[in-house]
Design a protein around this ligand. Structure first.
Ligand code: IYR
Length: 224
């Protein structure tokens, strides 16, 4: 490797192989209880929990450590209302036909429609932005690399973190999402990536059967 500043890996933990196997099984059992939820309680969730989960997301691997993401965490009722209003306008056009027949058919077993009450009911909306230009310092305006991949992984970390502390989420991508930049006060350098809804499930929350059927290991993996 080329010469560069570094320090010894000091926080790595090796587990005995039995424990490693148990941990892999436990992780799977735990993550398979994650479901996209579309009915939220309005029970509040402490800001510090969301802060910790965003800090966890910020540790995701990314291009050249430029960390090309920004998270806008919204609990303000007026801002949530604005987001709901704008998202529902776009979703209404989408469900009225803009999506096309094939897409609408694919969504039927999920039961989704243009009505998005959870955008107002859930205690937190986290708007995730990707940053076109950046660097390791916040004021940098250099090229960012693998932006989509980096923000996707960070979003995965965030969903996992929220699930781990007992919250449910929904990944929401209203199309187009450009209205989010304005509502969240982001400039041209920020591109809306996803809106993550987070909170407690409502008492009558359901999971569509269609969404809980997962492909087998044989279908999703090849071992060579
Ligand atoms: N954004 C829309 C439509 C939608 C699209 C896909 I692909 C989904 O998996 C679920 C919904 C909505 O939120 O209703």
């Amino acid at each position: 490797m080329q010469d560069h500043d570094s320090s010894p890996l000091s926080d790595y933990i090796e587990y005995p192989s039995e424990e490693m196997l148990q941990r892999s099984a436990d992780f799977y059992q735990n993550i398979k209880r994650r479901h996209s939820i579309r009915s939220f309680s309005d029970r509040p969730v402490a800001k510090e929990i969301i802060e910790n989960c965003i800090k966890a997301a910020g540790t995701a691997p990314n291009g050249a450590n430029h960390q090309p993401w920004h998270f806008v965490a919204i609990s303000d009722q007026d801002v949530k209302k604005q987001i709901r209003q704008q998202a529902e306008i776009h979703e209404s056009n989408f469900y009225k036909g803009r999506a096309g027949e094939e897409w609408l058919d694919a969504l039927k077993p999920l039961g989704t429609d243009a009505n998005k009450p959870y955008l107002e009911h859930a205690p937190w909306l986290i708007a995730i932005f990707s940053e076109k230009k950046g660097g390791t310092a916040i004021e940098d305006k250099n090229t960012n690399y693998y932006v989509h991949e980096s923000v996707g992984i960070a979003t995965g970390f965030l969903i996992n973190a929220l699930h781990s502390c007992g919250l449910v989420t929904l990944t929401h991508t209203p199309k187009p999402m450009s209205f989010l930049s304005k509502v969240c006060g982001r400039d041209d350098n920020s591109r809306p990536y996803m809106l993550l809804i987070a909170g407690y499930p409502s008492d009558d929350a359901t999971v569509p059967h269609h969404a809980s059927t997962k492909k087998s290991l044989e279908d999703i993996a090849t071992f060579l």
